[in-house]
Design a protein around this ligand. Sequence first.
Ligand SMILES: [Zn+2]
Length: 116
Amino acid sequence: MATLRALLLLGLLLSPAQAQQLLPPFLTMPPVEYDHPYDGELILRREDEPTVRKRCLHQMIPGNVALACSQRWSIENKCQVWIVTDDVIALHAEPRGWTYEMILRHELGHCNGWRH
Ligand SMILES: [Zn+2]
């Protein structure tokens, strides 16, 4: 079964409490048990914002900026991560203190089974 998680810039998908966790300037980091390299097959893609938005569309609220999302296939031990290109990160994430490394760490947490 595939699990898709998206990291969005403003507001969010799931519930107000979960959305608040991701509002600036905070970017949630995975709990320690999920905060480690992914040991399965990792496919990491850097794409422009419209492509990441399209990929993450079912979790998007219209008007939000998509930063990243991931899809995990637990049976196949495979995870695919989409993260926007550096120019989008520079424009929309870094002003809030979010770096590429932090976004990747967040998504790898999802690859490792983290849900929030
Ligand atoms: Zn997340």
